[in-house]
Design a protein around this ligand. Sequence first.
Ligand code: HEM
Length: 402
Amino acid sequence: MTAGTARREDQFPVGAALRLSELERFDNAQLLRRLRESEPVSWFAEQGVWLVTAKPLIDEVQNDSRNYIVDTEQNPNGAVLGRMMLAVDGAEHSRQRAPFAAPFKRGAVHARLSSVVEAQIERLLAHIESSGEAELAMAFANPFAVSIASDVLGLELASFDEVHAIYTEFANGVVNYRDPNARKATIRAREQLTGLVMPIIEQRRCHPDDSLLSSVLRSEHLLSTDEELLANLRVILFGAIETVESMILNTAWALLHHREQLMAALADASLWPAVVQEGLRWIPPVGYSDRWTTQTVQLGGVTIPSGEYVVPVFAAANRDPGTFPDPDRFDISRGDDRRNLSFGKGIHMCLGVNLARLQGSLALKSLFERLPNLELNPERPSEPVGFNFRRPPHLYVRWRHL
Ligand code: HEM
């Protein structure tokens, strides 16, 4: 420990005592509240990062893309996926995101993808319906997320196993990005994805169709090289699987623990968007973002030197009572309140937000309508865990077998 970090530990005793294993636990809300109330900007000594846990300060970081950036070699996303929109800032970010803006708008997503999303839900639920029980992650949420991500990239369902394996290597690479073996595996996964996607890109260039990929390729804001295009397709694949899977599992878990609210949604289908919003607020699949300071900054009265790792904690912002009264209560009557930070905020706010909301509403509605009296299997309980990514590791359920 250097004299500088020792001083930080004296200044931030709550952060000094904190352990990642505690933040990963299901019941981390009290800990996040303690941080927010006593050290809203805190030095998390064990991990060597600055944690930000009050919503106004998190908004400040997310909205300031000059002082808090992502383009640094310390960023694991860039190291694993390459130079793509989530690893660059400023004008370069605008240029890289531009071709994807129109096809990911709400109207375009609904027109192009609603029937694909519905068809995949139908296929998966029809497959398990007669069994009366299932593990929802592997039987439904994961294959659903993989199949829609594949479709967005223009890939056929036949590539499902490959896409799943490629995603797994990317996710493993981001978590273990300093491990040379994990790095090698991500390079192989990149090559594999290029092998799958490049022929489709070439085909769509010659024969445009009404797919999302064709729309990107037809954009007036063309990317400079195929590598830029591929890197952005990699981050789309990376962003679209575990997040969507977790949204479905977390919200299903929440509803199964609040049956009266489940009954309200089943009685009034217009409530599903609010259910999805509240599920995302209460248990965000992505707990935080990563930013690095470009110069010495003042945040909430704390001086953070240049080049330091700052972590705005969305999971804490979503429970900030200044924005969400009685924040620890799961309550779908908050309505379709979009102030939660589960999709981030600022220039890097989730590109796939409209698709994700559509997927969440349709998947949860169909799941509970189609499988009558769905309930948790009490013999195999589980609960959402994790700090960076949060979800129940498995979700065993059963229903009335007609
Ligand atoms: C419930 C599901 C989802 C959640 C919770 C989620 C969450 C997020 C968050 C928090 C960020 C911001 C990260 C940051 O500021 O550092 C983000 C960015 C991003 N997401 Fe999502 N996401 C979801 C679904 C999707 C889907 C379905 C796609 C694509 C089809 C997608 C693609 C992306 C991309 C490309 C970015 C980077 C945007 C940029 O840097 O400009 N996400 N997502």
